[in-house]
Design a protein around this ligand. Structure first.
Ligand SMILES: NC(=O)c1ccc[n+]([C@@H]2O[C@H](COP(=O)([O-])OP(=O)(O)OC[C@H]3O[C@@H](n4cnc5c(N)ncnc54)[C@H](OP(=O)(O)O)[C@@H]3O)[C@@H](O)[C@H]2O)c1
Length: 285
C-alpha cells in the first residue's frame, strides 16, 4: 500500500478510526468486546499502522480497547488522538478546550493508551466560532506539549484554510482532520492547501458517518450505480474516491466489524476509472 508521512512516521494510506468501537453513540462499553479487540488486532495484522482515537470516545473505552488489544505496540504504529471535548454523564459532548484542559487531555490519552508520546494530537475545538485570540492560546498549549515531547506533531481538526495558515505562521502542522466525503466537499480548499504543503489530510466521516440516516454517501444513486458497474461495494466506491483525491489523503474509516474492516482495507487495490470519476463528480450537493 502507498504511504505518506505523518509526523515522524510514514504510514499506509488506509488506517483505522476507533470511534465505532465503544457502545452506541460512542458512549459506554462495546456491544461485543471480543469483536472490538479482534477488529484492532486484524487491522494491525493487515498492515494498519495509523489508528485515530480519542480519550472522549467512550469516554476512555476506545483507548482502553486499543491498549488491551495491541500493547506493547508495534514500533511503527502511529497513534493519533484529538483533544478539545469531554463527555457528560449521559454521553453529551461538552467543550474541554482551555489551554490547561488540552494539556490534561493529552496526558490522559498518554496514560490510557500506555505510551510516552503520541504520533500527533489534533486540536479539535467544539466551538466553531472560537476567536483568533483563543485559538492562538490553544495552539500555544499544543506547541508546548510537542516541545515537551508529549506529542510528536501538532494536528488541527475542523479547521478553516485561514486558521490553518494562521497556525502555520507559528508551527509545523503534522496533519489536518476535517470532514470530507463525496457529498460534503466543503473542505477541498483545506485539502488543497495541505497537498501543496505536504501536510497529511485525514478526512473524517468518509462514509457519511454512523449518525445520519439515510446515509448521504452510501445511499446515493450514483454511488450505488458505480459500485454495481465496477463489481465493488458502495463503501469501496466512497473510500476509493476519497483516497484518490490527493496523495496526502490518509483514510481512517471506522468500523466495529472485521468483515467491514477487510472490505475497507481492500480499497488500496481499487482504482476508479474515468467513467466512475465523471459520474461521481455530479454527486456533490
Ligand atoms: N476530528 C473529528 O471531529 C472527528 C469526527 C468524527 C470522526 N472522526 C474520526 O474519523 C473516523 C471515521 O469516521 P466515522 O467512523 O465516524 O465515520 P465513517 O467512517 O464515515 O462511517 C462509519 C460508519 O460506517 C460503517 N461502516 C464502516 N465500514 C463499513 C463497511 N465496509 N460496510 C458497511 N458499513 C461500514 C460503520 O458501521 P460498522 O461499525 O457496522 O462497520 C459506521 O456506521 C472515526 O472513527 C474517528 O476516528 C473524527
Amino acid at each position: 500500500m502507498k504511504r505518506f508521512p505523518l509526523g515522524r512516521f510514514s504510514v499506509a494510506r488506509i488506517g483505522f478510526g476507533a470511534m465505532q468501537l465503544p457502545g452506541p453513540g460512542v458512549f459506554g462499553p462495546p456491544r461485543d468486546r471480543d469483536q472490538a479487540l479482534a477488529v484492532l488486532r486484524r487491522a494491525v495484522d493487515l498492515g494498519v499502522d495509523h489508528i485515530d482515537t480519542s480519550q472522549y470516545y467512550g469516554p476512555d473505552i476506545a483507548n482502553e480497547l486499543i491498549r488491551d488489544a495491541l500493547h506493547p505496540y508495534p514500533e511503527n504504529l502511529a497513534l493519533v488522538s484529538k483533544v478539545g471535548a469531554r463527555r457528560d454523564e449521559s454521553g453529551g459532548w461538552l467543550p474541554y478546550d482551555e489551554p490547561d484542559q488540552l494539556r490534561r487531555a493529552i496526558e490522559d490519552n498518554l496514560r490510557s493508551l500506555g505510551v510516552e508520546q503520541l504520533a500527533a494530537v489534533n486540536l479539535r475545538s467544539m466551538d466553531d466560532a472560537t476567536s483568533d485570540e483563543r485559538f492562538d492560546d490553544q495552539l500555544t498549549a499544543m506547541i508546548q506539549a510537542r516541545d515537551d515531547g508529549l506529542i510528536g506533531g501538532v494536528g488541527l481538526s475542523n479547521v478553516t484554510r485561514e486558521r490553518l495558515l494562521r497556525a502555520l505562521e507559528r508551527t509545523d502542522v503534522a496533519c489536518v482532520q476535517n470532514q470530507l466525503n463525496l457529498v460534503d466537499r466543503a473542505s477541498i480548499p483545506v485539502l488543497e492547501e495541505c497537498t501543496s504543503r505536504g501536510i497529511a489530510f485525514v478526512p473524517f466521516f468518509p462514509l457519511g458517518s454512523a449518525f445520519v440516516r439515510p446515509n448521504p454517501v452510501l445511499d446515493n444513486e450514483q454511488v450505488l450505480n458505480t459500485a454495481e458497474r465496477l463489481g465493488v461495494t458502495p463503501v469501496q466506491v466512497a473510500l476509493a474516491w476519497t483516497l484518490g483525491l490527493a496523495p496526502n489523503v490518509l483514510l481512517i474509516p471506522g468500523t466495529s466489524s472485521v468483515r467491514h474492516l477487510e472490505e475497507n482495507l481492500a480499497v488500496a487495490d481499487i482504482e476508479l476509472d474515468d467513467q466512475a470519476r465523471q459520474h461521481l463528480a455530479a454527486v456533490a450537493g
